[in-house]
Design a protein around this ligand. Structure first.
Ligand code: AHR
Length: 500
């Protein structure tokens, strides 16, 4: 029997709700069709936003949304996306399929979407092909209340009051699609650009995010922090509140990534093994951050993560549309547990991407919408938002089919909410073996415990014809004995256990 130990007296930091953040890019059918259909669409909408999608995302408590990219951010010119729609410029989306971008979804529409979702805003600015003035004016347009050219323009465009920008990314992947820069050059540019990302409203500070490394580019992390620091290697937090990290789970390699739905059990374990690499990345990048920022003032922002497969056969290769199975649910469970465990440094994470692109929580086809297995994992994990991480560990076994891709079968994280309830999220990653688990909680009396579960065969998915194959259910197999909670987790399952 596996053991899951929790110590309710050891609190390890706040689990920021933003750890369960999302990302929406002008890519494929994410914005257009997925989120925004326009006011004249026969698909039920409010001010152009799909009602079905907004309702599902609110249920999942989506806390923060990043926009407009990704690679798209570094070729986006925000002024093209304001004013009367008929006169907005059309552009080519060179990164993503070479399609025409008509700019009908711009700043006002993004802010309206976030208003409907009740979520925080994370805007990503353009360093690669934009100017300091352009970035500075965008911030003025969005956040300045008084009389100024940009505030006046916003008012003329129908929005009297400024919006709140919670997070602002100064460039995206500037080591690649955002300008192919070297770290020192980027960091110097960052210093300059961020100077003009002004805080106009007293008491409201925009959280500025520097472009961090790709995967294990430790030199990028080190050089950027060094360049943002003073001569004593300190003070980077004067310029950056956060620094990003991007890591995607690619089962094979970038040439042939592998199918989203047609995979072997060995592929399944390899995918989870590669997902676990996130932990080494977090540890190593945090170790570098600890050198330059020992007081832990700069957050690690994992603003792109998730699975990346070959696109669904027959779809535009530039649209990155992929299906989503129980394997993706397990990837989400592993990553979200890791982000919780490293919450003292990981302040936000954004899965890529929200709808119809990569590891989405929602897929749409015309007026139809399905919730993916990944959606259900976020919905189970939402109870951690703003809780206190508790010390926890598991004693369990290794599983896998190939020696080099062995993994531990259980992944877990535990938090306490404001009312003193304990929330345990635990996944059994085994493709075919159930796992009996005993949970032992120190420093808390177990009065009641209940659970909900997501479980199915590793390939199981929801489709437009069968939208409910994968869904969560109440779990009635918990037994509380002598202060312990015992249950058997089916193969390939994720559970949320609430202890009161
Ligand atoms: O999410 C798709 C792309 O992946 C993003 O645009 C880019 O930032 C990353 O390379």
């Amino acid at each position: 029997m596996a053991k899951l130990y929790v110590n309710a007296a050891v609190k390890k930091g706040k689990v920021n709700k933003e750890i369960q953040g999302h990302f929406s890019e002008h890519l494929g059918r994410c914005i257009y069709e997925g989120l925004y259909v326009g006011e004249n669409s026969p698909i039920p909408n409010t001010n152009g936003m799909r009602n079905d999608v907004v309702a599902a995302l609110k249920e999942m408590k989506l806390p923060v949304l990043r926009w407009p990219g990704g690679c798209f951010a570094d070729e986006y010119h925000w002024k093209d996306g304001i004013g009367p729609k008929e006169s907005r410029k059309k552009m080519i989306n060179t990164h993503w399929g070479g399609v025409v971008e008509d700019n009908s979804f711009g700043t006002h529409e993004f802010m309206e979407l976030c208003r409907q979702l009740g979520c925080e805003t994370y805007i990503n600015g353009n360093v690669g092909s934009g100017t300091v003035q352009e970035m500075s004016e965008w911030v003025e347009y969005m956040t300045f209340e008084g009389v100024s050219p940009m505030a006046d323009l916003r008012k003329a465009n129908g929005h009297e009051k400024p919006w709140k920008v919670n997070y602002f990314g100064v460039g995206n992947e500037n080591w690649g699609c955002g300008g192919n820069m070297r770290p020192e050059y980027y960091a110097n540019e960052y210093r300059r650009y961020q100077t003009f990302v002004r805080n106009y409203k007293s008491g409201e500070r925009i959280y500025k995010i520097a472009c961090g490394p790709n995967v294990d580019d430790y030199d990028w992390m080190k050089t950027v922090l060094e360049t943002l620091s003073d001569r004593n290697g300190r003070g980077a937090e004067r310029f950056a509140n956060g620094i990003s990290l991007h890591y995607y789970t690619v089962p094979e390699d970038w040439g042939k990534k592998g199918s989203a739905t047609d995979f072997t059990t060995a592929d399944y374990y390899k995918t989870l093994y590669k997902t676990n690499y996130m932990e080494a990345l977090l540890k190593n990048h945090i170790a570098i951050m600890d050198v330059y920022d020992p007081e832990n003032r700069i957050g690690l922002i994992v603003d792109e993560w998730g699975t990346w497969y070959d696109v669904e056969p027959g779809t535009n290769p530039g649209f990155l549309y992929q299906q989503n199975t129980m394997r993706d649910a397990m990837v989400a469970a592993v990553n979200l547990n890791l982000f919780n465990k490293y919450c003292s440094r990981v302040k936000m994470a954004n899965i890529a991407q929200l709808v119809n692109v990569l590891q989405s929580v929602i897929l749409t086809e015309g007026e139809k919408m399905i919730l993916t297995p990944t959606y259900h994992v976020f919905n189970l994990y939402k109870h951690h938002q703003e809780g206190q991480l508790l010390e926890s560990s598991v004693e369990t076994e290794e599983i896998g089919l190939e020696k080099e891709y062995m993994i531990q079968n259980l992944t877990e994280s535990v938090s306490m909410d404001a009312e003193g309830r304990i929330h345990i999220t635990v996944a059994n990653l085994s493709a075919d073996q159930s796992c009996p688990v005993e949970v032992k909680i120190a420093e808390k009396q177990v009065n009641t415990a209940r659970a909900e579960i997501l479980t199915n065969e590793i390939h199981a998915k929801n489709t437009f014809d069968e939208p409910n194959t994968v869904h969560t259910e109440a779990f009635d197999g918990l037994k509380t004995e002598n202060g312990s909670i015992c249950f058997t987790m089916p193969a390939c399952s994720v559970m949320h256990v609430v202890v009161e």
